[in-house]
Design a protein around this ligand. Structure first.
Ligand code: SF4
Length: 394
């Protein structure tokens, strides 16, 4: 992860610009590992949902004290959205987002069809994020994904006719997945030449079907040593193929880092719309919308007169100095560029900077982190123990 002046492709983070995240909380089918907030789309009230988002947007846009630079429609499964409702949403937001640099929509391979691709492109989407996860049909079936490998490849090819910036998601450390199978996944992904690849190790989250199945012995968790080898293989193969490992889980061809996600890692402000969406003002206030679809639709479809007597739909939290520093270290150390001591000093002052340098000293002595041009970053060789390094730095 160590960066040098000549090998970085750093996105210039313009502090006067913000991000807009829109959460579409419907899925066709729950994947067994997923703990994101979503509900089945058979009960979807798309019209009411889009009305609510437009209404929340109109009322909260002023919280974003800078122009919208990126839009990210995530979920859930945004690609399930009927195209007339998607168009209505985009038309509503468009006048407030004249200077967009990136507009991403998350897409399930099963939903990719020409009529949708046309509309997404026509309405200004310039980046697709396709949730492929694996090219192995058995593994996809275990995960409860809707698509199979052939569908994923077909969807990608079709999407390519419309979009020149495509990201794909992959997962590793999956039940029944060997290192060879993962290598085959990586080869298949590289052959497609997506501009961006995000790859995550499978997590056993509390309350998911996956965790329950493991706990009753119906499926076996991949040994940690295998997952680690898969992570190293991922880095090796993608580096060889010319991808820049710019964040622990993210890889991009030159010029194709995710601008929206990079803003999160650089403490930029964003407004999150939709049930369970989070917002950040770029200073110390975070807001989290309630995870309640019906409540969200009802709340934002009420008239102003009724609504103003109720509580807001979000919970607000003011971060302490310690929390801000923790978040800063945690997010920046996941990036190739790491922490600029000048920036850290400017934000948090002398004492915090001294304490960070003190905490880093033993890690530097052990060769686990790099210090270069007043910047502290993770070494590629330390990537497997990044979590414990970050904890030691805080
Ligand atoms: S499609 Fe995505 S959000 Fe929906 S259940 Fe599967 S992983 Fe979760």
């Amino acid at each position: 992860m160590q960066g040098g002046a000549e090998d970085t492709d750093c996105i210039e983070i313009k502090s006067e610009r913000g991000g807009l995240y829109i959460h579409i909380a419907y899925c066709r089918k729950k994947c067994i590992y997923c703990d994101f907030f979503s509900a089945g789309d058979r009960i979807a009230d798309w019209h009411g949902y889009v009305n609510a988002i437009c209404s929340e947007f109109k009322e909260r846009i002023n919280e974003l004290a800078c122009p919208i630079r990126t839009i990210y429609i995530g979920g859930g499964t945004p690609s399930l959205m009927p195209i007339d409702e998607f168009s209505r949403l985009c038309d509503f937001i468009k006048p407030y987002a004249n200077d967009l640099e990136e507009f991403t929509i998350e897409v399930n391979p099963d939903d990719v069809e020409e009529s949708k691709l046309e509309i997404w492109k026509h309405k200004g989407v310039n980046r697709l994020s396709i949730g492929i996860q694996s090219f192995d049909d058995k593994v996809l079936k275990v995960l409860g994904r809707r698509h199979d490998s052939a569908t994923a490849k077909k969807a990608y090819e079709l999407a390519r006719r419309y979009f020149s910036n495509i990201s794909i998601d992959l997962m590793f450390g999956l039940p029944g997945q060997s290192l060879d199978m993962w290598t085959m996944d990586l080869i298949a992904a590289i052959e497609m030449i997506p501009e961006h690849i995000s790859a995550y190790s499978l997590m056993y989250e509390e309350g998911t079907a996956l965790t329950a199945l493991r706990d009753i012995g119906r499926l076996e968790e991949a040994p940690e040593s295998v997952s680690e080898k898969m992570f190293l293989r991922l880095i090796e193969e993608l580096n060889k193929a010319g991808y820049d490992h710019y964040e622990i889980s993210n890889f991009a061809l030159p010029g194709y880092r995710s601008i929206h996600n990079s803003s999160y890692w650089h403490q930029q402000p964003y407004l999150g719309l939709g049930p369970s969406a989070h917002s950040y003002d770029g200073k110390r206030t975070r807001k989290a919308n309630r995870a309640d679809i019906r409540g969200y639709i009802d709340y934002w479809n009420q008239s102003y007169i009724e609504k103003k007597y109720e509580d807001s739909f979000y919970e607000s939290e003011n971060l302490s100095d310690e929390e801000l520093i923790e978040e800063y270290i945690m997010t920046r150390m996941r990036t190739r560029e790491g922490i600029s001591l000048d920036d850290f000093h400017k934000r948090f002052g002398n004492n915090s900077c001294d304490s960070l340098i003190r905490n880093c000293k033993p890690l530097l002595d052990r060769g686990l982190i790099a210090f270069d041009e007043n910047t502290i970053s993770l070494k590629e060789s330390s990537v497997l123990i990044s979590d414990s390094i970050i904890v030691d730095m805080i």
